[in-house]
Design a protein around this ligand. Structure first.
Ligand SMILES: Cc1ncc(C[n+]2csc(CCOP(=O)(O)OP(=O)(O)O)c2C)c(N)n1
Ligand SMILES: [Mg+2]
Length: 290
């Protein structure tokens, strides 16, 4: 007979394997992002590295999808409302097998399916177009209502940035989503404490973020967005929640996983010099080996 402690130990091993699998996915997402960043020499590289762990948990662990059929009606929807984070999503879509890894080298070039700002009509797996901030949650709310109406159990995720908390439309959508009790919606807020015009705290104070979502009727959790075990535990908890929409507020570090970039002055649009790419990749690999 299997004892309870043996079962518990087996569970721990499974959980360790699960986290290790996601950690490797996060490494490849970061590697993909560096590959795309090098094509342009600059861009939203810091955000992509910062949010890589979140995307790894989403795509390697939480989301239901069929890589060969991005329009599968029962797929969970992942809505990126921050168009400039497209580099991060392409990196994850390549890891998920939805777009070929080889295609990443076309990032931002003329006629590429991977423009620097996300376009739904160009890219498989890109559910909505970005550019104008603050629209993702409204679309997520509409999609979730539609899915519920159809009796479709798919879930809708929306990744938004701390800058998108400046948008009134985000809060209109938050109110509406809670009003309709859409527990098939999970918002993910990337709190990297930065916006285009400088630190979030200086542009427009958004704290206390958790309490604001709670006041709008959401089930809200806050975690270190670069701690995969904490992310997995939080997503598991949100998956079980019923009756209201959920939000996971993720504190992330710009440039995470590459100390050279993490430790430099925070920049919305980051330039990486030609001679720095080799060190960036070496540091990323060193992180995987640890
Ligand atoms: C409605 C709207 N207002 C302003 C902008 C210009 N804009 C582009 S990125 C950005 C910063 C938004 O903050 P965040 O997404 O947190 O920036 P990051 O963390 O990437 O530095 C702004 C204001 C926009 N794209 N859409
Ligand atoms: Mg930000």
């Amino acid at each position: 007979m299997t004892s309870l402690s043996t079962l518990a130990a087996a569970g721990t091993v499974d959980q360790k394997e699960r986290i290790e699998r996601i950690r490797r996915a996060a490494y490849r997402i970061r590697r993909n992002a560096l590959d795309m960043g090098e094509v342009q020499g600059q861009g939203y590289i810091g955000q992509a590295l910062g949010v890589a762990d979140v995307l790894a948990v989403v795509y390697a662990d939480q989301l239901r999808f069929r890589p060969e059929d991005p329009h599968w009606p029962d797929r969970d929807r992942f809505l990126l409302s921050i168009g400039h984070y497209a580099i991060a999503l392409y990196a994850a879509l390549a890891e998920a097998g939805i777009i070929p890894v080889d295609e990443l080298e076309t990032y931002g070039s003329d006629d590429s399916r991977l423009p620097m700002s996300g376009m739904a009509s160009y890219t498989p797996g890109m559910e909505i177009s970005g550019g104008s901030l603050g629209h993702g949650l409204g679309v997520a709310t509409g999609m979730a209502l539609g899915l519920r109406h159809l009796g479709n159990p798919a879930r809708v995720f929306n990744l938004l940035s701390d800058g998108e908390l400046d948008e009134g439309s985000t809060w209109e959508a938050a109110m509406s989503c809670a009003h309709h009790g859409l527990d098939n919606v999970t918002a993910i807020v990337d709190v990297n404490a930065l916006q285009a015009d400088g630190p979030t705290a200086g542009v427009l104070r958004t704290e206390p973020v958790t309490e604001k979502w709670q006041a709008f009727g959401w089930h809200a959790l806050r975690v270190d967005g670069n701690d995969i075990a904490a992310l997995v535990a939080a997503f598991d908890e949100l998956r079980r929640h019923r009756g209201t929409p959920s939000v996971l507020i993720c504190d992330t570090r710009i440039g995470s996983g590459v100390p050279l970039l993490e430790n430099r002055e925070k920049a919305h649009f980051m330039r990486v010099e030609e001679q720095e790419w080799h060190l960036a990749r070496t540091q990323l690999e060193e992180g995987l080996a640890r």
